[in-house]
Design a protein around this ligand. Structure first.
Ligand code: CP
Length: 364
């Protein structure tokens, strides 16, 4: 089970690993070019994103026929996955569950730590180590930033260093959402010159939106992309994200005027208020933010080729009448999430990705 890269994670102390910059952590998480643990957006390069997109599309087409689905379901029928979600989720949980079924992995779930021996005082680290005894892949969503990394490091020092996928951690990372967002953008701009040179605007609760933080990072891999951050001041994007854009020499604009930005954009990425992170009764985030909502009257101001995205769930920030506009792709994002997660799991078990590409070349 141990591979070259995992041995490297095993050979670094937790303190030394924790002090690395996010891009410097990447070699410890990847197995050559392909991911082993999937923990950070920063661990992906452009070539890997392109390969994942091609793999997802191949899988999507193969899965259309019964024979193709039987081929896919045979690939990992000898493996099991644990979905450990201690924060609420609809899309991420169910798309991973469906993705496991497509590629033959048997899924099991813990969605509430109240049903585990954590209630008897067991440390979550011991709970996760227990899962690694029974399963070959752990997919985890937790409110604790960095916890998935900690588990990956801990398990790397055991005889069962199974891969860990971060399905959303704290306010900091949601790498698999960013992968499905990139896949949606790849498909949306396939005949429009690709993602390169597009203007992408992020709107809403950017300070606490982990999907925005992860996608902003992946977009730095596409030359000429300009990023706009539109939010009320108390919800604006963090300086660490802007520092990352400066380091990558990426053009960006921080704005408070949504209406003004709309005609410029090729992709509008709406997000909801993340008030589950609010601590007190008098939070500034309870103020009226409706000037940052996308409304039907905005549609005429948008480019015909633009797309409207949202990681979902939504509240009022996208009027539901917009759902029928052909530029609204947020329901496509939901479905793309399933395909890209199949592709991701196939990549983690690298030989499987190669088998899929071979099958596609020979049969499609
Ligand atoms: N986009 C997303 O993470 O949705 P869920 O919280 O429903 O998984």
């Amino acid at each position: 089970m141990l591979n070259g890269r995992d041995r490297q994670l095993r050979q670094i102390t937790w303190d030394a690993y924790s002090q690395l910059s996010l891009p410097d952590k990447a070699p410890y998480l990847n197995n050559g070019r392909r991911p082993y643990h999937v923990l950070l957006a920063q661990q992906f390069d452009r070539q890997t994103l392109d390969e994942l997109g091609m793999l997802a599309t191949s899988i999507r087409r193969i899965a259309k026929s019964k024979a193709g689905m039987q081929f896919l379901q045979d690939l990992l029928c000898h493996k099991r996955a644990m979905l450990y979600f201690t924060q609420p989720s609809s899309r991420t949980f169910l798309s991973f569950y469906a993705a496991c079924q497509i590629i033959g992995l048997s899924p099991a779930e813990v969605r509430d730590s109240a049903t585990s021996s954590e209630m008897k005082g067991e440390a979550p680290e011991d709970t996760l180590r227990t899962f690694s005894s029974y399963f070959d892949l752990l997919v985890m969503r937790t409110p604790k930033p960095g916890f998935a990394e900690r588990i990956a490091w801990l398990l790397s020092n055991t005889e069962r260093p199974v891969p860990i996928i971060n399905a959303g951690s704290g306010k900091d990372q949601h790498p698999t959402q960013a992968l499905l967002d990139i896949y949606t953008l790849q498909r949306s701009f396939e005949h429009l010159g690709g993602i390169e040179n597009k203007n992408v605007v992020f709107v809403g609760d950017l300070g606490r939106g982990r999907t925005v933080r992860s996608l902003s990072c992946l977009l730095t891999l596409y030359p000429g992309v300009k990023q706009y951050f539109v939010a009320p001041s108390e919800l604006q994007i963090g300086q660490d994200v802007l520092d990352q854009l400066d380091a990558a020499d990426v053009d960006y604009e921080v704005s408070y005027d949504f209406e003004n930005v709309i005609p410029e954009t090729d992709a509008i990425y709406m997000t909801r208020l993340q008030d589950e992170w609010d601590k007190g009764e008098n939070d500034a985030t309870k103020s009226d933010n409706s000037q940052y909502f996308l409304k039907p009257e905005h549609l005429d101001k948008m480019k015909n080729t633009a797309v409207i995205m949202h990681p979902l769930p939504r509240r009022d920030e996208i009027d539901s009448r917009i759902d029928v506009d052909p530029r609204a792709v947020y329901w496509r994002q939901v479905r793309n999430g399933m395909w890209i997660r199949v592709a991701l799991m196939a990549s983690i078990f690298g030989k499987v990705a190669d088998e899929i590409f071979n099958f596609y070349e020979l049969n499609m």
